[in-house]
Design a protein around this ligand. Structure first.
Ligand SMILES: Cc1cc2nc3c(=O)[nH]c(=O)nc-3n(C[C@H](O)[C@H](O)[C@H](O)COP(=O)(O)OP(=O)(O)OC[C@H]3O[C@@H](n4cnc5c(N)ncnc54)[C@H](O)[C@@H]3O)c2cc1C
Length: 157
């Protein structure tokens, strides 16, 4: 199973798939900063997109102080962590090339948001991980090798 970036697996030989990344700016404060775990800023009034206040993810704990992070989104450069796949026209043609290369691999199943170059929310990620484990158990029972992708990066028309 390979859960890293699809283009990295092939040493970027067809070019880089583009991503958005985030810069996190830390805020430390006493008491409560925003009264909830996540506040989204969906319009252009601020340059950041959301603020997460981590103590509210664990409301069963008590903390006098607080740590929050503001998230600033931007185009990912080479050494930035790849977060959100852009998937514009150029990416899709590079992606098709990597999918073809991946399909020639044996004994590798590409999984997850990076291995399949898709944005996945947590609920989808967990559902797909369970489906992948079921497919693996079936593969062991039947002796039929695992496919390259359980969840293909491109939906065939
Ligand atoms: C910034 C950000 C914010 C998000 N916010 C939300 C949200 O608010 N709500 C929500 O539902 N979802 C959110 N998501 C989506 C969700 O968190 C991810 O889609 C999910 O965690 C993906 O799980 P994954 O296992 O596919 O990938 P990851 O969690 O990225 O795991 C991949 C693993 O593979 C490892 N790896 C990479 N390369 C290699 C290698 N060469 N060899 C071995 N291991 C390797 C990595 O170290 C990592 O541990 C967010 C995602 C991001 C990036």
């Amino acid at each position: 199973f390979y859960s890293g970036p699809l283009d990295e697996f092939f040493e970027y030989k067809l070019g880089r798939l583009s991503y958005r990344t985030l810069d996190f700016i830390e805020i430390r404060t006493s008491g409560d900063y925003q009264g909830g775990a996540v506040v989204n800023y969906c319009d252009n009034s601020e340059k950041f997109t959301r603020i997460s206040e981590h103590k509210h993810f664990t409301p069963w704990e008590a903390h006098n102080d607080s740590i929050c992070f503001k998230e600033y989104s931007r185009e990912a450069e080479e050494n930035d962590p790849p977060y959100y796949p852009v998937r514009l026209v150029n990416d899709n043609s590079i992606l098709e090339g990597y999918v073809s290369l991946a399909e020639k691999e044996t004994a590798v199943t590409f999984v997850g948001r990076l291995g399949t170059y898709r944005y996945l929310d947590m609920d989808v990620t967990i559902d797909e991980a369970l489906a992948t484990s079921r497919a693996y158990l079936q593969s062991i029972d039947s002796g039929i090798p695992m496919p390259t992708f359980i969840h293909p990066p491109i939906t065939k028309k």
